[in-house]
Design a protein around this ligand. Structure first.
Ligand code: ATP
Length: 586
């Protein structure tokens, strides 16, 4: 196939503003394309040479493109730059410059699609010290044989400026019309795309094998499945009603979604946007190798920052430190992660995407060997609003964003690439910040693990209630302690250790060690939330709920100047909570 045919089609597509007309033009182009290269043509129309998840881009800088054009046309770079300043479009400039080429070669080779594609591919893959020169010569070679119109589109393609506006959905429509017998087949073809994210491969199958081929289409390892997304409702009652009175409610962990593709020792992690992010999480890759007991699997999980010493979840923001090319080892140590698995889409030869969720979850449970670092999303099967609300508060307090409630119905398939009502998220409408520090009384402690064996992993902290002279627990804090703090804490607290909960301490949580309420420390939290397990202001705001401070961090200040009775009071915490709510409402 001649590249001129593509350039011709591009020109017409560019000229239309109507989507239907654009689809028709694309249908024509696809019909005229030999089937064995239809994948390549599809990639090219979107300015690519591979599906996005492969991560290979042509990536030619404008400067380099100008050099190549100068070489191919025999014109000066300065002249090209001058023209580019006026036109603002490297494609137009190339068209003009090539048209002016003095020596018209009569025996030049017409460009074929194959040659253009292969050359772009070589350019994309050129690496090492000679890469820039190699790219330049390859591009100059193409331009030397290009007509002005071809030069325009080649230049726009290599510099990432093709922008014909052909969306994935337009290609799917065009494929349905060209090879699926009509628009009605679009849904089937779209599903193939949703489970492979590869428009080129889908095009080739539908062109070569028709809809029968598409019906046989299955997920495959290495090709990311477009994620299923959740709708949202704001009350447990509505959620239950929508899901037929019963659902699997899971913690909505606040981290980064990863789609895990495992083939033996080969593990790839794809992001929510289907980029390969394995390099950001070498530790998660190892965890998958160790804890996923299937040879082949495609699974979904939320990758969450954690505090290994306390097992607590950390805020999403900490994962930002993983978005880097260099120094990942250090980031890995400072910001460790856990995986919370929540779906299984393929296991050892079996495509599970059309199975109902309870079956997929069971399959997941069978192949995961759980540990502290690899767990299956915490869940309950809920059929009443009260328990759903209680589970929601637990989730928030443990550092999650809320819940994802999932349909258990027969048709609760994995809806790749769609936001639907089979999953409903329940989270709060706001994110707020706690700006003031609080001074809290140390009433108990939990044994540390790992690096913190022998000292405390976290402290149980309480606010003071002067009305009945008690200390009511408000948070568990394990973050912000230096090594030095950790070394001296047991010694410092030794004289206050008692065998059981102090009579003035009001706690529903069982600590490993109890203290007399004497030592006060300063803490900064992220926000204050309702809590079913902390006793601070129990049943004041809502029946059966207390208040808790989320993501607390010790500031490093021991308030030795304060007696326990001088600590932040329960009323102050209530006020802070209400102020926070008012700020959200404003
Ligand atoms: P949000 O910003 O609310 O996370 P989103 O558009 O990224 O929205 P949604 O599908 O609306 O995604 O919400 C579900 C998201 O929650 C998933 O993308 C996933 O990253 C995350 N998540 C955390 N825990 C779970 C879970 N148990 N099941 C499904 N998704 C979960």
């Amino acid at each position: 196939m001649k590249y001129a045919e593509i350039a011709e089609a591009y020109e017409k597509i560019e000229a239309t503003t109507k989507r239907l007309e654009m689809t028709d033009l694309l249908v024509n182009l696809l019909k005229n394309t030999p089937k064995d290269i239809i994948d390549k043509v599809v990639y090219l129309t979107q300015g690519k040479i591979y599906p996005d998840f492969v991560g290979i881009e042509i990536g030619v800088a404008e400067k380099l493109a100008i050099k190549a054009l100068a070489r191919a046309s025999g014109r000066k770079e300065s002249e090209i730059e001058e023209d580019l300043k006026k036109s603002g479009d490297i494609g137009e400039t190339a068209q003009k410059i090539i048209a002016k080429k003095k020596q018209v070669t009569f025996f030049h080779q017409p460009l074929t699609v194959q040659r253009v594609y292969e050359t772009l591919d070589k350019m994309a893959k050129a690496s090492g010290s000679g890469a820039i020169d190699a790219k330049m010569s390859l591009l100059a070679g193409l331009l030397a044989d290009a007509t002005p119109k071809e030069a325009k589109y080649i230049m726009r393609t290599v510099t990432g400026n093709l922008r014909l506006g052909i969306a994935d959905m337009t290609v799917l429509d065009a494929l349905a019309i060209a090879y699926g017998g009509g628009k009605e087949s679009r849904e089937l073809i779209e599903r193939a795309y949703n489970i492979s994210s590869d428009l080129g491969r889908v095009a080739k199958i539908v062109a070569e094998k028709g809809l029968e081929g598409i019906k046989e289409f299955h997920v495959s390892i290495g090709e990311p499945i477009r994620p299923m997304l959740a709708e949202r409702l704001s009350s447990p009652e509505e959620i239950l009603e929508k899901l037929g009175g019963k659902c699997i409610a899971e913690y909505k962990y606040d981290g980064e979604r990863v789609q895990i593709h495992k083939n033996g020792e080969n593990v790839i992690l794809f992001s929510r946007r289907l980029e390969n992010i394995s390099n950001q999480y070498p530790d998660a890759v190892q965890l998958v190798k160790k804890h996923v007991k299937a040879k082949e699997a495609i699974l979904e999980a939320e990758c969450v920052a954690i505090d290994v010493d306390t097992g607590e979840l950390r805020p999403f923001q900490e994962l930002m430190h993983r978005r880097r090319k260099y120094g990942i080892e250090k980031a890995m140590e400072e910001y460790p992660v856990s995986l919370f698995m929540f779906d299984a889409l393929y296991i050892d030869g079996k495509d599970l995407t059309l199975e109902p969720y309870p079956i997929r979850r069971q399959a997941l449970e069978r192949i995961i060997e759980q540990s502290e670092r690899v767990q299956i999303a915490k869940h309950i099967i809920a059929n009443n609003a009260k328990e759903l609300e209680k589970f929601f508060l637990e989730a928030i307090e443990e550092g999650c964003e809320g819940l994802v409630c999932k349909s258990m119905a027969k048709d609760s398939v994995y809806q790749a690439g769609a936001r639907g009502w089979l999953w409903i998220k329940y989270k709060r409408d706001y994110k707020s910040e706690m700006t003031d520090t609080v001074d809290l009384v140390v009433v108990g402690a939990f044994h540390g693990r790992g690096k913190r064996a022998g000292t405390y992993g976290a402290l149980l902290l309480a606010a003071y209630n002067p009305e009945n002279d008690t200390f009511e627990t408000v948070t568990k804090c394990g973050t912000g302690f230096s090594d030095e703090d950790l070394a001296k804490l047991p010694e410092m607290m030794k004289k206050h250790v008692i065998l059981h909960k102090h009579p003035r301490v009001n706690s529903m949580i069982e600590a490993d060690v109890w203290f007399e309420p004497v030592v006060v420390i300063e803490v900064l939290g992220a926000e204050i939330t309702l809590s079913p397990i902390h006793t601070c202001a129990m049943s004041t705001i809502r029946q059966g709920s207390g208040l808790a401070i989320r993501f607390p961090r010790f500031t490093g200040n021991y308030r030795l100047d304060k007696a326990a009775e001088d600590a932040t009071t329960v009323n102050e915490i209530i006020e802070m909570y209400q102020k926070q709510l008012r700020r959200i409402a404003e």
